[in-house]
Ligand binder design. Structure first.
Ligand code: ATP
Length: 195
């Protein structure tokens, strides 16, 4: 079975694309959701997070995301520390999930693939591309954030063109070309490669 990564910048449409693959019967691992679950369930990880960021990182036994976000997002160094703690655990979790799937291929959807070195555990990576302005609009609409707040988040991500160059396949989600037929074509190619 092929292990496929699916990535793209904020508002590129990677979750939308992931849902289309799911409709086609392909199992999808959502790295963001999984990271939250792992941060709640993995005792060692919980200990390390509390060690680094304080007891307020958990409230009533659950990850206190509001607190942790307010600590790490304004400070790139702290964010890097959190990522260095969380990524190995989520990469291991994704790898064991992959092993349990029975399909020609399975997908891991994640904002960070190259940044977290997760691509070493994947056979191919699909990139979802959309132009900056459109991603900005989508981010503002979806999250109800100001233009500046979305731009700030986008600034912290890897350069989009560089990311797409590193991908093995790129889907264009810029509203000039229908998305579903592109996904179906890629699905057919991956089924062929995976069987
Ligand atoms: P993030 O990394 O910020 O979570 P993402 O890459 O997963 O973003 P999505 O959540 O799939 O992106 O899409 C962002 C927003 O744009 C969503 O509200 C989604 O419904 C919308 N969107 C994505 N693709 C399209 C499209 N082709 N047509 C219309 N709306 C779209």
């Amino acid at each position: 079975m092929l292990r496929i990564g699916l990535t793209g910048g904020l508002g590129s449409g990677k979750s939308t694309v992931a849902r289309i693959f799911e409709v086609l019967g392909i199992p999808v691992y959502y790295a963001d959701d999984a990271a939250k679950r792992v941060m709640n369930e993995n005792e060692q990880l919980r200990k390390k997070i509390i060690e680094q960021f304080g007891a307020e990182s958990y409230a009533e036994g659950k990850l206190n995301r509001t607190y942790l976000s307010s600590v790490v997002f304004p400070d790139p160094q702290k964010l890097a520390v959190l990522n260095s703690i969380v990524h190995p655990a989520t990469i291991a979790d994704a790898a064991s999930w992959m092993e349990q799937q029975h399909a020609p291929y399975a997908i891991k959807e994640a904002a960070l693939i190259f940044e977290s070195d997760a691509h070493h555990h994947l056979d191919f990576v699909i990139g979802v591309w959309a132009p900056y302005e459109l991603r900005l609009q989508r981010g503002m609409l979806r999250d109800g954030l100001s233009k500046e707040a979305v731009q700030e988040r986008m600034k912290r991500q890897m350069n989009e063109e560089e990311k797409m160059q590193r991908c093995d396949f790129v889907l264009k989600n810029d509203e000039t070309e229908l998305l579903i037929p592109q996904v179906i074509r890629l699905h057919e190619e991956l089924v062929e490669r995976g069987s």
